[in-house]
Design a binder for this molecule. Sequence first.
Ligand SMILES: Cc1ncc(COP(=O)(O)O)c(C=O)c1O
Length: 459
Amino acid sequence: MIKDPSLHKFDDRTELLAHRIFEYVLQRIRMSPAPLDGPLTPQQLAEATGTMITRYGLGYDDTFRLFSDVLAPACISSDHPRYLAFVPTAPSEASTLFDLVVSASSIYGDWWLEGAGAIHAENETLRWLAGLAGFPAGAGGAFVSGGTLGNLAALTTARDTWRRKHDRSAFDGGLPLAIAAAASAHSSVRLAAKVLDIDLVAVPGDERGRLTGDALRTTLAAVTDREVFAVVASGGATNTGLIDDLRGVVEVAGERGMWVHVDAAYGGAALASSIGRPLFAGIEGADSFVIDPHKWLFSPFDCAALVYRQPALARQALTQHAEYLETLDATGEWNPSDFAVHMTRRVRGLPLWFSLAAHGTDAYDRAVTHGILLAKEAARMIEATAGLELLMEPQLSVVLFRKRGWTAEQYQAWSDDLLARQIALVVPTVYDGESVLRLCFVNPLTTTDDIQLILTELT
Ligand SMILES: Cc1ncc(COP(=O)(O)O)c(C=O)c1O
């Protein structure tokens, strides 16, 4: 018998490690909020850790201590209630704990053959999201690592579908292919165009940067040198939180046989909120969308739901074929690998499924609605604070405002100081060419007291 148990043996030390890890996780969850913390320089970290990868290993105790005492405090807690920069995260206790189960279960999430039970649960979760968007019963897709990969997969499918419909490729004498989007579309849309080696036709946004059907129609009418096969609309632009004119975009794209992809990576969670859903009117006519539960649906990193109206089109575009996979092709089952640019995949939709199934959709409605209401409350508080000026009424959970007279350097210095004093992470952004401040609310534990604390720091 040949066997090597050097890494795979269960003994007392393993059991102690399990308890230690569980204690750490419980403490991390109970500690609300966990410290904000902040980065160190590479040199500081190298000095603090010393060499960690050694020939004979450091043992569980010392290695875990390195993580808990040195490495973890050098990472910002993005679930801190006063982490209001970029797009924060706020995983529910249930989803965080269940993530441990996902890791411990070694479920291969790509093929029904191996992951049937887990994929069934993921698919019900995807169907819930598809239903919120008003997609038909046959809609579906897969959980991928993030909005970036979701956008890439959807646009790859859109291109493949267009080519098959038009029976030609961009390389056989046809016009170069392109997608259309407003400048407010997320940077990952531009990256997807680059990866796909296609052009991006920039549609001028309205006075607040939103993509509208009218502007899309006017822009497309003037494009004669490229074949625009898809348009990407934002279901919540990251910088402003504004939702594009989805209905108008769908209408114009329909006239031209174009694919509509809604990048709702940040804002799509608001479909689960009874006050958020009406803002997405028109999304039901799109061909695909992506929503990141790791942003505003209380799931741990990394989890993005990619949904197609007609998943068969994605399967045609993205299924990988190989001799050793033929046994899977023959089954015709639902294999998540067929719907995105990936193969091996953890069943990253399960933490969301567990928390959603356990708590029910009403709890999700309330938790997402909290973020929308908090943004409105923050807007009123900014208006009531001398020296501050609200830039626009928030639509979802992003609030943009300025401190009158401040320069980019002053915003940055203030932001750095706030983090250094462990008060909050609030960073400046640029809106309409001007440095301003931006708050993004997704954490149901954030309160108006937290907002007041930050605004007081500006007065
Ligand atoms: C609208 C939008 N799309 C795409 C992305 C990229 O998502 P991810 O970071 O999950 O790849 C983001 C990230 O903030 C986003 O806000």
